[in-house]
Each structure stands twice: as structure tokens, then as C-alpha cells.
Design a protein around this ligand. Structure first.
Ligand SMILES: *[C@@H]1O[C@H](CO)[C@@H](O)[C@H](O)[C@H]1NC(C)=O
Ligand SMILES: *[C@@H]1O[C@H](CO)[C@@H](O)[C@H](O)[C@H]1NC(C)=O
Ligand SMILES: *[C@@H]1O[C@H](CO)[C@@H](O)[C@H](O)[C@H]1NC(C)=O
Ligand SMILES: *[C@@H]1O[C@H](CO)[C@@H](O)[C@H](O)[C@H]1NC(C)=O
Ligand SMILES: *[C@@H]1O[C@H](CO)[C@@H](O)[C@H](O)[C@H]1NC(C)=O
Ligand SMILES: *[C@@H]1O[C@H](CO)[C@@H](O)[C@H](O)[C@H]1NC(C)=O
Ligand SMILES: *[C@@H]1O[C@H](CO)[C@@H](O)[C@H](O)[C@H]1NC(C)=O
Ligand SMILES: *[C@@H]1O[C@H](CO)[C@@H](O)[C@H](O)[C@H]1NC(C)=O
Length: 306
């Protein structure tokens, strides 16, 4: 596992106003899934939260690091972003170009360009970057192994040293990457028919065809202990190292479970009154885009964090 986020970097409340007009959120976001907000975590450079601003004609990226606003260059339109350990990546609108930024110095690298093959489903794990080809669903990864080209995916997600996806042909989940936990997760999901899937550091959760939310993998802190629910209660999911969060479809409220084993859990009284459009997780905290005013609020084990 990579260096966890130091809790000393999280000492104040951050309430970040990204914009009053953020792009419509993607259905599923996390440590490693496509979104319009992303978290990059690191031991030596502070946590960075980035968002796509959709107010103007240019849907540019803006980040927040140590209370500072950083405008990301190149100032172009992006359709999704996803964050990892010390960096984040953005897919340019249209899907023909993929750029990644180091969150220490915000230097940019273009890692993909094509005039013919669009990418979608950008998902960054701890260090791997994966995306699918829009027309075929074939997944490609950078700084990581790519899965078999015979696998066509509906969606993919990236966790700590593994990535998984839902196969187009039968909605079964398949993982790749070669980590030990990946085999555990894959085996535990078995032949479940999946509609959505999100990976955390060493677990994954998803909604099955019958509407049940299931979580599989490592359970050191209760991150697999999904609270009782009815079919299709949950929409967006966000998974960190030892916790899981889900947005309730009917009212946008967030439910979290897991956290440190010695504590009562990650379930946050803090967010009890707030409705969210989408949520995304860092290793030990979660951020959400509020329905009320589209600002980003982050919270952890013990309440709001920044
Ligand atoms: C997750 O839990 C494990 C086992 O208790 C612990 O070693 C690790 O530091 C935790 N990770 C985070 C980010 O809290
Ligand atoms: C980005 O570009 C748009 C138009 O292309 C311009 O209006 C805007 O001011 C630029 N923003 C930054 C931060 O450079
Ligand atoms: C980002 O840049 C810093 C400073 O140059 C370097 O130490 C670090 O390894 C880079 N991080 C990534 C994820 O490339
Ligand atoms: C993933 O790709 C499929 C089609 O290839 C698309 O319908 C879906 O919206 C994409 N999801 C995300 C989160 O980008
Ligand atoms: C999954 O399906 C295959 C073939 O349909 C079957 O052989 C296998 O036992 C099933 N696995 C589980 C865990 O149900
Ligand atoms: C729905 O599917 C899950 C996983 O396949 C299973 O555990 C659960 O019992 C099913 N629920 C219903 C109501 O059929
Ligand atoms: C939730 O709302 C109730 C009533 O408006 C208020 O008393 C309570 O303090 C709020 N809780 C939080 C955590 O904001
Ligand atoms: C947006 O909502 C948050 C949470 O309710 C609040 O703290 C913040 O002041 C609001 N910001 C604006 C600009 O209304």
C-alpha cells in the first residue's frame, strides 16, 4: 500500500466553491473512477482537490491545494478527471487527448493523443491510469498492465494496484493488475451480474442487477459491511482505503461505513443534512459536490476536513 495521507495535513474545514455551474456529475465516482471532481493525495505534498468548471465555454480545471487556487494549464475543456498518488489526469472534451499533472509542481504530460480513437471511462488508481476506447470498450492502461483486448468493458475502475471492469457481454466483473487482493475481490464477486463498480484501496463495491449493493475484498475496518438497504437505494459510490460511502438516490444524503477498526465507524453525523450530486474519496476522507450550491465539502473519520 502507498503512504497514507497524513492526518496532520487535514486540520481545517475546507469548503470550496468550484462554481455555480459544474458539469453534470457522472454516475459513479471514487478513488479511481471518472468524475468531474478528483482528489490527489500524497505524503509530501498536500492533498489537492480538483474540479472541472463548466460555467464558461471552456470547461477548464481548477485545483485547490493548501488553501490556494491553482488554475490548470493548458486552459482547455475537459470532460472527466481522476486523481491518484501525487498526480491527477484529465480527459479533454471529445476524448482524443489525455493529460496528467504532477500535483507537486503542476507540470503537465500528455500521455495519449489520437485523431481517430476516442477514450472514455478515465480511472486513476494509486499510480495506474486506465481508460477504455469509446467505440469498443477495450481498456488501456499506462504505468500498468492492460487487460486482455478480448475483454470489452461497460465501465472500469482503478484501486490500489488493481483495476476492474464490468464485461459488456454478461455484466460479470473482471480484474487485472496482478495484485494479491485483486484475485480475492474477483473470486468473491464470482458470477454476480453487475451494473456499477467502484474500487477502493483494497476493496470494491457495486450495484448488482437486482439492485443490491455488494462490497468485496479486504475488510479490516468494516468497509465491506454495507448497511441494510432496499433495491436501488444507492447511486454514486466513493471508496477510500478503509471506508465506503454511497449517495442515497432518493434524497442525495450520504451514508458511509468502515473507517478505523477501533472507532464506531466512518458514518458521519457531519453530513447528515447535506445532499450531494456526486462524491469522490481520498484514502481516508471523502469529498462531495453539494446539491444546494455546488461547493465541495470534504469530511473524514472525525468530521469535516481540509
Ligand atoms: C487502513 O487500515 C489499515 C489496517 O488497520 C491501516 O494499516 C491503514 O493505515 C489504514 N489506512 C488508512 C488510510 O487509514
Ligand atoms: C481560459 O480561456 C478562456 C477562453 O479561452 C478565458 O476566458 C479564461 O479567462 C481563461 N482562464 C484562465 C484561468 O486562463
Ligand atoms: C512530481 O514531481 C516531483 C518533483 O519534481 C517528484 O519528486 C515526484 O516524483 C513527481 N510525482 C509524480 C507522481 O510523478
Ligand atoms: C463509460 O463508457 C461507456 C460507453 O463506452 C459510457 O456509456 C459511459 O458513460 C462511460 N462512463 C463513464 C463514467 O465515463
Ligand atoms: C460461475 O459460472 C461458471 C460457469 O457458468 C461456473 O462454472 C462457476 O462455478 C460459477 N462460479 C460461481 C462462483 O458461482
Ligand atoms: C441480489 O444479488 C446478490 C448478489 O448476487 C445476492 O446476494 C442477493 O441475495 C440478491 N438479492 C435478491 C433480493 O435477490
Ligand atoms: C441538521 O439540521 C438540524 C435541524 O435543522 C440541526 O439542528 C443540526 O444541527 C444539523 N446537523 C448538522 C450536523 O449540521
Ligand atoms: C454552500 O454550502 C455550504 C454548506 O452548506 C456552506 O457552508 C457555504 O457557505 C455555502 N456557500 C455559498 C457560497 O453559499
Amino acid at each position: 500500500m502507498k503512504t497514507p495521507l497524513s492526518s496532520t495535513t487535514i486540520t481545517f474545514i475546507i469548503i470550496i466553491i468550484i462554481s455555480t455551474t459544474i458539469s453534470p456529475p457522472q454516475p459513479v465516482t471514487s478513488l479511481g473512477s471518472s468524475s468531474t471532481i478528483a482528489i490527489s493525495y500524497s505524503s509530501n505534498s498536500a492533498t489537492t482537490v480538483c474540479g472541472i468548471i463548466a460555467g464558461a465555454s471552456t470547461k477548464r480545471i481548477q485545483c485547490y491545494k493548501q488553501g490556494q487556487i491553482v488554475s490548470i494549464q493548458p486552459n482547455l475543456s475537459y470532460e472527466s478527471i481522476s486523481g491518484g498518488h501525487g498526480f491527477f489526469c484529465g480527459l479533454r472534451s471529445g476524448g482524443f487527448s489525455l493529460l496528467c499533472w504532477n500535483t507537486t509542481n503542476f507540470h503537465v504530460k500528455r500521455i495519449y493523443y489520437s485523431s481517430t480513437h476516442r477514450l472514455t471511462n478515465l480511472t486513476v488508481g494509486n499510480s495506474q491510469i486506465c481508460a477504455t476506447q469509446a467505440n469498443s470498450g477495450v481498456a488501456f492502461c499506462w504505468r500498468f498492465v492492460s487487460p486482455e483486448v478480448a475483454w470489452n468493458f461497460l465501465t472500469i475502475t482503478s484501486g490500489g494496484g488493481f483495476s476492474c471492469g464490468i464485461l459488456e457481454k454478461n455484466n460479470a466483473m473482471r480484474c487485472w493488475g496482478g495484485s494479491e487482493i485483486e484475485n480475492v475481490i474477483q473470486t468473491q464477486f464470482g458470477n454476480a451480474t453487475m451494473l456499477s463498480l467502484v474500487a477502493g484501496e483494497s476493496h470494491a463495491c457495486g450495484v448488482t442487477k437486482n439492485g443490491t449493493l455488494i462490497c468485496k475484498g479486504r475488510n479490516v475496518a468494516g468497509q465491506l459491511d454495507v448497511p441494510p438497504h432496499s433495491a436501488f437505494d444507492f447511486s454514486t459510490l466513493a471508496l477510500g482505503a478503509n471506508h465506503s460511502c454511497a449517495v442515497k438516490r432518493k434524497n442525495g444524503l450520504v451514508v458511509c461505513w468502515g473507517g478505523k477498526p477501533e472507532r464506531s465507524g466512518f458514518d458521519s453525523g457531519v453530513m447528515n443534512n447535506e445532499s450531494f450530486e456526486s462524491i469522490v474519496a481520498g484514502l481516508d476522507f471523502t469529498c462531495g459536490l453539494t446539491t444546494k450550491n455546488l461547493s465541495v465539502i470534504c469530511w473524514g473519520q472525525d468530521g469535516p476536513v481540509g
